[in-house]
Structure formats: C-alpha cells, structure tokens
Design a binder for this molecule. Structure first.
Ligand code: RP5
Length: 175
C-alpha cells in the first residue's frame, strides 16, 4: 500500500456517510488516503496533533468535514501550511446547513479553507486529487479520464433526449 497523500478527517463518525464520498472518489482516482475522526471540540489536542504532524507524514492535502458549529476545518488550517478543503456537513445538530457552511467559509484573512458545497465531499475529493495531479502525471491522467466520462454522460443524455423525446427521459443527471 502506498503512503497516504490525502488525509480525510471529520468531526464525528456521524459525518462518515457524507465524507465517504471523498474517500470513494479518491480511491477511484488512484490517490492513497487515510481516514479518521478528529473532533475540534471533543478532542482538541488530537486535532492539534493531527494538523501539526500531517505535513511531516507526507500528507499533501487535508479534507476536513464537520457539521453545525463546524470549527474543525478552520482550526486545522490554522495549524498547518498544507491546503485544507472544508466540507460543510448537514448534520443532525445543524439548523439547515448554513451554520456549517458559514463556519467553514467565512475564514479570516491569512487562513484559507477551500470550502465546497453542503455535503459536497465528492467535489472535495476531486479537488484534492487535482492538487495532487498538478505534480503527478498518473493522477492527472486519471482525472482527465474521469472528466471525459462526465462529458460522455452528458452527450449520451443529450442524444437520448434528442432522439427519443423528453417525455420518457426524466431521470436526472447522476453525479
Ligand atoms: C460536529 O457535530 C460533527 O462534525 C457532526 O457533524 C456534528 C454532530 O456530531 P455527533 O453528535 O453526531 O457526534 O462536531
């Protein structure tokens, strides 16, 4: 097994159903990952230890997901020079998701968190792979194939609607 290049962390195991989408797409794209739970509020010292040790363990990008008062991504970003991608999670303690979005998005100057959409863990995984792919031709090639497959899906659906009409074609685009 190759050394993990992307660290996926989340505030609670209850975030895993969302965050697993980042893990799935990274595995599909051939990026080695590690996945664990690190809570900013319940295990603050573990969070500091994780964030401060990640670069030394050759992690290149951290994806951090949390819901509600979502302090994990921002606090991790404050403790490392690695890029941090934040995933706002619509958790059971979240009012409607905005609490989590704004907690992760509205960072002060100097401490960026690249924030994806609510529950947008798949895009977080793709963005992390793109960061790795900027320096790794094999990953870049995998990403190109993945993006080509998205294009093919759109062209297939356009063809199907154009040829068969829109009435029998009401299934949405599968992400
Ligand atoms: C956040 O609180 C976690 O990231 C999770 O989204 C939410 C709820 O956590 P649990 O009470 O389910 O452990 O810190």
């Amino acid at each position: 097994m190759s050394k993990p290049q992307v660290g996926i962390i989340m505030g609670s195991q209850s975030d895993l159903s969302v965050m697993a989408e980042a893990a799935d797409i990274l595995e599909e794209l051939g990026v080695a990952i590690e996945v664990t739970v690190v809570s900013a509020h319940r295990t603050p010292y573990r969070m500091v230890e994780y964030a401060e040790s990640a670069a030394g363990r050759d992690i290149k990008v951290i994806i951090a997901g949390a819901g509600g008062a979502a302090h994990l991504p921002g606090m991790v970003a404050s403790l490392t020079t690695l890029p941090v991608i934040g995933v706002p999670v619509k958790s059971r303690n979240s009012i409607d998701g905005w609490d989590s979005i704004l907690s992760i998005l509205q960072m002060p100057g100097g401490i960026p968190v690249a924030t994806v959409a609510l529950d947008g863990a798949k895009n977080a995984g793709i963005l992390a792979a793109e960061m790795i792919g900027a320096f790794d031709k094999a990953i870049s090639k995998n990403l190109q194939e993945y993006k080509d497959s998205l294009k093919e899906k759109v062209l297939d659906s356009a063809k199907s609607i154009e040829e068969n009409g829109w009435k029998g074609n009401k299934i949405g685009f599968k992400k």
